[in-house]
Design a protein around this ligand. Structure first.
Ligand SMILES: Nc1ncnc2c1ncn2[C@@H]1O[C@H](COP(=O)(O)OP(=O)(O)OP(=O)(O)O)[C@@H](O)[C@H]1O
Ligand SMILES: O=C(O)C1=C[C@@H](O)[C@@H](O)[C@H](O)C1
Ligand SMILES: [Mg+2]
Length: 165
């Protein structure tokens, strides 16, 4: 399970990690979009963030119950206590990212509804507020600043091997 803020690289690193481990990859954000039939940005606009968070709790539970490969969670999924509980007993990788790299990676686009207004300031608050929550649920943490996705994957695999050794 991969957790971390927007721009941490959960989708990018998750796909590569699954390839490297020879397992399938699933992304909860994509599951939600597929079942809602519209992008997350539209779910936020049409139905509001609380409705999105409810869909997210259900999508994480469904994915945890049926998927045994690499799973990328949405950046805010760990805000739900139900999800934090559901993650217990799983190997959870926190992809850590600082403000500068996160802002650069996320850039200026409207695909991330929480960051559509004042992205840098919002990211700074979000990183500070969520850091302890990611740390609480994670069994492994990897810094991603200034590193390539391939290097990060190698680090995750090494730490997974250490934990299971
Ligand atoms: N280690 C990295 N170095 C440079 N660019 C990266 C790195 N990881 C991801 N990126 C780029 O940053 C952007 C965001 O990455 P990605 O979508 O994987 O993040 P995410 O954690 O899944 O975000 P979200 O929570 O919004 O789904 C993408 O354009 C991706 O190519
Ligand atoms: O950090 C967040 O709260 C979010 C991150 C994305 O993965 C999406 O799940 C959505 O845009 C919300
Ligand atoms: Mg993603």
């Amino acid at each position: 399970m991969l957790v971390g803020p927007p721009g941490a690289g959960k989708t990018t690193v998750g796909g590569l990690l699954a390839e490297r481990l020879g397992v399938t990859f699933r992304d909860v954000d994509h599951d939600i979009e597929a079942s809602a039939g519209k992008p997350i940005s539209e779910i936020f606009v049409d139905d509001g963030e609380p409705a999105f968070r409810a869909l997210e709790v259900a999508a994480v539970a469904a994915a945890l119950g049926s998927h045994d490969g690499v799973l990328a969670l949405g950046g805010g999924a760990v805000l739900a206590e139900t999800t934090r509980e559901a993650l217990r007993g799983h190997r959870v990788v926190h992809l850590n990212v600082g403000l500068s790299d996160a802002a650069e990676r996320v850039g200026l686009n409207t695909a991330r509804p929480l960051l559509s207004l004042n992205p840098r300031a919002t990211l700074r608050t979000l990183l500070a507020e969520r850091a302890p929550i990611y740390a609480e649920v994670a069994t492994i943490a990897v810094d991603t600043d200034g590193r390539t996705p391939e290097d990060i994957v190698a680090d995750v695999v090494e730490q997974l091997n250490e934990v299971s050794a």
